[in-house]
Ligand binder design. Structure first.
Ligand code: UGA
Length: 316
């Protein structure tokens, strides 16, 4: 891979991926529309270091402006991370925005890649939220999809539109279903980011539900690694679960955080917004076999890194 296009390069996972590609000597075209789902200053911070790199070109625009000829010139691999994320805000009127950013924009990207003399390899970011609440021991990619949020519905539709382009045209698209990614630069609406900040300020931690919901939390550099492996080894149409080191209940994560901060979390339990999955647990065998994917960062280690970043920001 000599040249890559990263959509959503100022976002949480996109900025880590861009950094890694630049470190590996890849030329990167980055696009980010700074859609206002959270503080633009945080996204600008994500870009601070990569923005100075001589092999990085940045286009501050949404995909819907469609300057594909410029963006895709000589690009070997497209990493498509641009999206409107977050399960809890996808109800009501905002659903139209989710449809636009997650489905329509993806279809435009597929169409543009198809027009290239040699279409690039495309790695698309999807989500464990396509499954909804998981049943049984672990869930592999063939499990039925029962999203419980409008966001999950848009991610499922995004996968379907990608699969249609693979079947009809052989477009080399693969998809990654991330399981609740965390680590430095995590989005401010996500649980670990909020919990660390609440505890550092001596505030109550707000848990939605009873804290017994579980996740297969995945450290951000493992999600980045999965992207690079998929670009090299995936077969068109492949879909991979990208999970972390283990499934754990939210309440148990909070107690690890308490240990790291040397305090006992004070918790307020609230009815959360609808759309929350009660359980996610990834079977990553397929990603292991096809890609050689294996999560490297334990939850304890990853939480330490995330805390260190939040601490350094609150000083700065
Ligand atoms: C996350 C991302 O936000 C989605 O964009 C992504 O697609 C999804 O992971 C996925 O992997 O499929 P979520 O699992 O809800 O969604 O991640 P968090 O926001 O970190 O929430 C984890 C759990 O903590 C949820 O049960 C949530 O209800 C709970 N939570 C969150 C709280 O109890 N309190 C809070 O203040 C925030």
């Amino acid at each position: 891979m000599k040249k890559a296009l990263v959509t959503g390069c100022a976002g949480f996972i996109g900025s880590h991926l861009t950094q890694r590609l630049l470190n590996d000597g890849v030329t990167v075209i980055g696009i980010d529309g700074f859609i206002d789902n959270y503080d633009v200053a945080a996204k600008l911070r994500n870009l601070a270091e990569i923005g100075k790199h001589p092999a990085f070109t940045f286009h501050s625009t949404t995909l819907q402006t469609g300057r594909w000829d410029i963006w895709l010139e000589n690009v070997d691999v497209v990493f498509h991370l641009a999206a409107l994320p977050g399960v809890r805000n996808s109800w009501g009127k905002s659903f139209a925005d989710y449809v636009s950013h997650n489905i329509l924009a993806t279809q435009e990207l597929l169409e543009a890649c198809l027009q290239r003399p040699k279409p690039p390899v495309i790695v698309v970011s999807s989500s464990s939220s396509v499954y909804g609440t998981m049943q049984g021991t672990v869930t592999n990619e063939n499990a039925p999809l029962h999203p419980v949020s409008p966001y999950g519905v848009t991610k499922e539709a995004m996968e379907q539109i990608c699969s249609v382009y693979v079947k009809a045209y052989g477009l080399p698209v693969s998809m990654l279903r991330y399981f609740t990614v965390y680590g430095p630069r995590q989005r401010p609406d996500m649980a670990f980011h909020r919990f660390f900040r609440q505890m550092m300020k001596g505030e109550q931690v707000i848990i939605y539900g009873d804290g017994q919901q579980s996740r297969d939390f995945t450290y951000v550099t493992d999600a980045v690694e999965a992207n690079l492996l998929a670009a090299q080894h995936a077969v068109p149409g492949d879909i991979f679960n990208v999970g972390g080191d283990r499934e754990i209940k939210l309440i148990d994560v909070l107690s690890i955080m308490g240990t790291l901060l040397n305090q006992t979390p004070r918790i307020t339990y609230q009815n959360g917004p609808a759309g929350d999955s009660l359980r996610t647990c990834a079977d990553i065998q397929f990603a292991q076999q096809r890609l050689g994917y294996k999560p490297k960062v334990t939850l304890e280690e990853g939480l330490r890194h995330q805390l260190a970043e939040i601490r350094s920001q609150s000083k700065g």
